[in-house]
Design a protein around this ligand. Sequence first.
Ligand SMILES: [Zn+2]
Length: 251
Amino acid sequence: MKLTIESIDVGRGSEVHHVYTDHVNWTLLRDDDGITLIDAGYPGHADLVVDSIRMIGGTPEAVVAGLLTHAHVDHIGGLAKLAGRYGFPVYTDEIEVAHARRKRLEQAGPLDIARMAYRPRAISWLVEVLPLGVLSRAGVDDAQGVAAGVPLDLPGRPVLVPSHGHTSGHAAFLVADGRGLVSGDALITGHRVSGMTGPQRIPRGFDHDRAEAAQALIGFTHLDSDLLLPGHGPFMRVSVAKAAEQALSQE
Ligand SMILES: [Zn+2]
C-alpha cells in the first residue's frame, strides 16, 4: 500500500503531516509533547499508520492521544487497533461518543453498499476495501468527548469544529494555529466512488444526514484556513471557505 505525506512546518517546533492513501487519509500533529493522531484508516491500515509515524521520525509510543473525526470504519478501524496496542486515549465530538463506543451504528452495512452497486466504481471500490476490513464493527469502548472551539491540551493544539451530518457527531479539527482544517468526510477532494477531483462532498449514500452535512459546509465558508486536509483525496493548498462553496455549488 502506497502513502504520500504532506508536511507543514508550523514553526516553534510544531509540525502537521497529512498522510494520503488511495482509500482514506489520516493526520499527525507533532510537537515537543509528542504526537496527536487524527483518524487512522481502516483496521487493515494500522501497520501503515505506524510506518507513517516512523517516516516523520516519530515512534508510535509517542502518540499522546487519538482524535476521531467520526466513527466510520475507515477512520476508527486503525485507531481502535492502535489505541489498544499502545494504550492512548481517543477523543471525539460529544455526540459522536456513542457511535465510537458502538452504542449506536450509523455505518453503511452490506445492504447499503449493495444499493450503491449501480455506480460503476462502487464494485471495484468494494473489492479493494473488503480486505482492509470495511465490514468491521470494532469501536473504541472508552472513547470520550472533548470541548469544541478551544485549543485542546494535546500536541499540535487542535480545535474541534462540530460539523455534524456525515454522521450525527462528525467533527473537523483546526490545526496549525487555524491555518489548516482536517475536514474528515464533511469536505473531501476525491473518492474512489466519485471519480471527481477537487473539493467536493462525499458521494450520496455515505452521508447519514445530507441536509445537515450541507449546513456544516456552510459553517466552513466562514473559516480563514488555507490548507485543506481531507479524509479522502489529496491535501490541497486552497481557501477552505472557497472549497466549501465549490462543494456546495455542485448540487
Ligand atoms: Zn471516510
